[in-house]
Ligand binder design. Sequence first.
Ligand SMILES: NC(=O)C1=CN([C@@H]2O[C@H](COP(=O)(O)OP(=O)(O)OC[C@H]3O[C@@H](n4cnc5c(N)ncnc54)[C@H](OP(=O)(O)O)[C@@H]3O)[C@@H](O)[C@H]2O)[C@@H](O)CC1
Ligand SMILES: Nc1ncnc2c1ncn2[C@@H]1O[C@H](COP(=O)(O)OP(=O)(O)O)[C@@H](O)[C@H]1O
Ligand SMILES: [K+]
Length: 569
Amino acid sequence: MYIVTAQQMRDLDQYTIEQLGIPAMSLMESAGKAIAEEVIAWCGGQQEEQADVPRGRALTNEGGIRSDERVIPDRSRQHWLVLVGKGNNGGDGLVAVRYLMDAGIAVTLLYAQDPQELTGHAAAQRDAAHRSGIAYRVWSEEWNLHAETEEGNKQESGINHTASGSKQAEHNQHPWSNYTGIIDALLGTGSKGEPREPYASIIRSANISGKPIIAADIPSGLNADTGEVAENCIQAQVTVCLAFLKQGLTQYPGATAAGEVVVRSIGIPRSTAKQAGLRAHLITDDVLRDVLQIDTSRARAIDGHKGTYGHVMVIGGSMKMSGAGLMASRSALRIGSGLVSWALPEQLMKHMVGHVPELMMIPASEDPDGQWKADTAQTIVEQTAKADVLAIGPGLGRFEDDNEWLRTLWEETQQPLVLDADGLNILSEAEGLSRWPRRQADTVLTPHPGEMARLAGVSTADIQRDRIGIARDFASKHGVVLVLKGARTIVASPQGDIFVNTTGHPGMATGGSGDVLTGVISGLMAQGLSGLQAAAFGVHLHGHAGEEAARKRTGNPASLLAGDIIESL
Ligand SMILES: NC(=O)C1=CN([C@@H]2O[C@H](COP(=O)(O)OP(=O)(O)OC[C@H]3O[C@@H](n4cnc5c(N)ncnc54)[C@H](OP(=O)(O)O)[C@@H]3O)[C@@H](O)[C@H]2O)[C@@H](O)CC1
Ligand SMILES: Nc1ncnc2c1ncn2[C@@H]1O[C@H](COP(=O)(O)OP(=O)(O)O)[C@@H](O)[C@H]1O
Ligand SMILES: [K+]
């Protein structure tokens, strides 16, 4: 599934209209119809939850005559308020109301501004809606809700039924109380900066009203590119995203504001995205197979042998963080590497013997405290000659002259490399990655946001504000595959490709789960995948394994240990 920025979406719209000759009004019609269909489906689903009734989307089939006339039991009780901005996003809302009305759902328009201020296609849709007899209001102070009345409004919307009669009556007089749900068609991809008044007040009041909100394209107040939310941003139950998935809906906090995201086609051929050279995708099975050309079955050749599936060498572990190297090594084995070796301090090795019999161990540092030493670099270079992939960093710790140590490995080994944890911290204190020579072989960096902040020399908050933009820039600038971890992990290639992962859950925010990922990615590279393929497939499999592991245990993600993820790979 493609992911687009607001500008890319505008370019695709323009191309479709000008080059393909599909009229803008026709796109808007499809957009509004799609939004209405999702509202109808949502209403049907809600009623299905409350009682065992057919879903709103079902086609009627009477005497062999089929029609898309909707079956919405109790539809007379539904009354939706459509918030209309003055741009094309408002135009989508104005189309939707016609279809909702047709489905027997009562609708009222609430314009943010004088409807005469609408221009272009939105103005034409306004006229069509008004001529169809749809009622409208224009925003005024009487609609304004303030946070202090929030409790009352929750009561009024039925969340708390203990409200006293008089309080209830007071809130029932509020204009918002007349509606069962809200469509947010205030601002879409043309929005710039924080919503101005009266948009900010409308958004705040809609949220406070406690009514379910379905957003058109993006929640108003969301930055469509970064996923940042304005102080006043619609908190939607569902977002009906039009044509292509907007980047900002894939990243938090935008993903929370969007609720469930449904991407609906509006007649822009999908091939236009390919022609336009779009390079960002959500990681799905189709994308792994068709875009990244990965055999996701992970089938093995009948005559395969352990040499076929590659040799990973993990370089890490120290007395204080012994488990990290072990977990990375075990994960590399579990994901199917033919052989895995672990280079570790000799003192530590004594304690590890027998823990994982399948693992080969290489005593690499004679330090009596079980720490690494810089003079091991040359020996490691020699010993890695037999490995196909190196994974440096899990549990490594910091040590004197670790900078020179890493630079030697960086420059003098020829194999693909995965760098994690303290490997990244050393790198961020190096003279500057930009001054180190580019490695010929694939190099994958797997920072969490804190490590990314150190690498980029900015704060963690800066990273989280624009994760995709930062990952893309860093990967291109330094010629590496970058895996920016955390909810909705991003994989960025040196060529500017972006892949966003949706698997996994907050239970994976537990010590060691990043070490498992390092093992998974290096193990996949050992089996012949490129750094980019292994990173994208690896984060997807790692997240799935986390989900599976939580299910197998108590079902509560909080109980997950990193070791459980390995067992579910
Ligand atoms: N053919 C197409 O293109 C199709 C587009 N489609 C739909 O159109 C949407 C994009 O439409 P769009 O480009 O008209 O922009 P839109 O999001 O409605 O907002 C612009 C308006 O908001 C205003 N405004 C801006 N910032 C503001 C702020 N901070 N606070 C307050 N106001 C602000 C701005 O006013 P201005 O600042 O210019 O005075 C302008 O009036 C897209 O998301 C999709 O839903 C679909 O129908 C399919 C076909
Ligand atoms: N909320 C979340 N949703 C999905 N995945 C998550 C979430 N929180 C953490 N993860 C994943 O768990 C792993 C944690 O890695 P990391 O922070 O390096 O942990 P550690 O250093 O303890 O090994 C990453 O792969 C990250 O993407
Ligand atoms: K919107």
